[in-house]
Ligand binder design. Structure first.
Ligand code: SOE
Length: 390
């Protein structure tokens, strides 16, 4: 059988997902073939150009028509968050498997409706997945495996940060990522969502309560002229930034441990710095996206004269996803996670299992994002998320 894919949206994430759809079937021995059937966008010329550039067979401008087509099996949603719920629910109801870019939605209400639709669809064998792609960086998957094997012992503390600096320049224009009605929130939902998901993924623990604060440092910016992703040019006029630039919060995990989180687009000099460190009573593991082919491991049980973090190179055939690529020791990059996402989605569809992260897991992240905003609005008071790893 061939799985025929429609991708809705074609910006920065459209490019990364396209690379995944193109590479995965070439590098991995997938259980089903994949066809990049159609890419959808509102601007006919621009979407036709994107189809040509990334290798989609066709382009189209009406996602509803595309979802209604019999020759589409998977709908991949890479639009801004304000359209995730409508498109994903319609696609699931039309019986299409759905991959949706993170964060799942802009609000808890939308995410709940999406998780309900996904649960109903799963009863009919229709699969859904959220694009928290960093789970599929081999070192992150391996970190999760090591924690699950008890290598660090009982998790006693987690510190996670995602730091970028692309908004330090006040001349960066007011893109959709800076508008609440389109993005839901700012650094919090865009990159904070990754570290919340990663914390829950690698520890297997839920973030159950939050105390946090958020800040908008540059409150007004030039209007957007043209551009997409993070390459933007300004137009005449100025408008208000309606999302956070920085979010700093503390989470109480379901085993009682504390986790600290920082999501910022104002960490001057930090380009795409996602770090996470899991401290346990037997040892610790740390990951740094800027050194993504490795982990740092500290073994408390090592003799006193050999204590210290050691670097594990996660580039061996035994490590998750690695064997399909290059000979051992040859490193991977940012884009490989998008291929691994395709591998896991296609495998789940072929095997009739539910891939992770599920929409229910996406909803649990959404509840944490919402709790941060509610806490911040109430002098950082603790707010329960009612989350937990589903
Ligand atoms: C922009 O901040 C962004 O592209 C995020 O939206 C992505 O999820 C992350 O992969 C890189 O940064």
């Amino acid at each position: 059988m061939t799985l025929r894919v429609a991708m809705i949206g074609y910006g920065f994430m459209g490019a990364t997902h396209s690379v995944g759809w193109r590479q995965a079937p070439r590098v991995f021995d997938l259980p089903e073939a994949v066809e990049m059937t159609v890419v959808v966008g509102r601007n006919a010329d621009a979407v036709a150009e994107a189809a040509e550039q990334w290798g989609w067979a066709e382009s189209a401008t009406d996602w509803r028509e595309v979802i209604a087509r019999d020759d589409i099996d998977i709908v991949d949603i890479v639009t801004p968050g304000d359209s995730h719920a409508e498109i994903a629910i319609a696609a699931l109801e039309a019986g299409k498997h759905v991959l949706v870019e993170k964060p799942l939605a802009n609000t808890v209400e939308e995410a709940e409706a999406m998780a309900d639709a996904a649960a109903r669809a799963a009863e009919r064998g229709v699969r859904s997945m959220v694009g928290f792609t960093y789970r599929r960086v081999p070192a992150v998957t391996f970190l999760r495996d090591l924690v699950a094997q008890g290598v660090v012992g009982r998790v006693q503390q987690v510190r996670a940060a995602y730091r970028q600096d692309w908004l330090v320049d006040p001349a960066v224009p007011l893109a959709w990522r800076l508008q609440k009605e389109h993005a839901g929130s700012g650094a919090l939902g865009d990159i904070g969502a990754h570290i919340i998901d990663m914390t829950q993924f690698v520890t297997g623990l839920g973030v159950e309560a939050i105390s946090g604060t958020i800040d908008t440092i540059v409150k007004e910016r030039p209007l957007l002229g043209s551009g997409s992703g993070l390459s933007l040019t300004a137009a005449e006029g100025r408008g208000a930034v309606t999302v956070d630039d920085v979010a700093i919060f503390t989470g109480r995990l379901s085993n009682g441990a504390l986790a600290s989180f920082e999501a910022t687009r104002f960490a001057t000099g930090r380009k795409n710095a996602l770090t996470i460190e899991v401290s346990g009573d037997k040892g610790a593991l740390a990951f740094d996206l800027e050194d993504l082919n490795s982990l740092q491991f500290y073994d408390r049980t090592a003799p006193d004269d050999r204590q210290g973090f050691t670097k594990i190179l996660v580039t061996e055939a035994q490590h998750p996803y690695v064997a399909a690529w290059w000979p051992a020791g040859h490193m991977l990059g940012y884009e490989h996670g998008f291929s691994h996402q395709v591998v896991d989605l296609v495998t789940a569809i072929a095997e009739g299992t539910d891939p992770h992260p599920s929409f229910a897991e996406g909803l649990s992240v959404q509840r944490v994002l919402d709790a941060v905003e509610r806490s911040a609005a109430n002098e950082s008071a603790w707010v329960r998320t009612a989350a937990g790893v589903p």
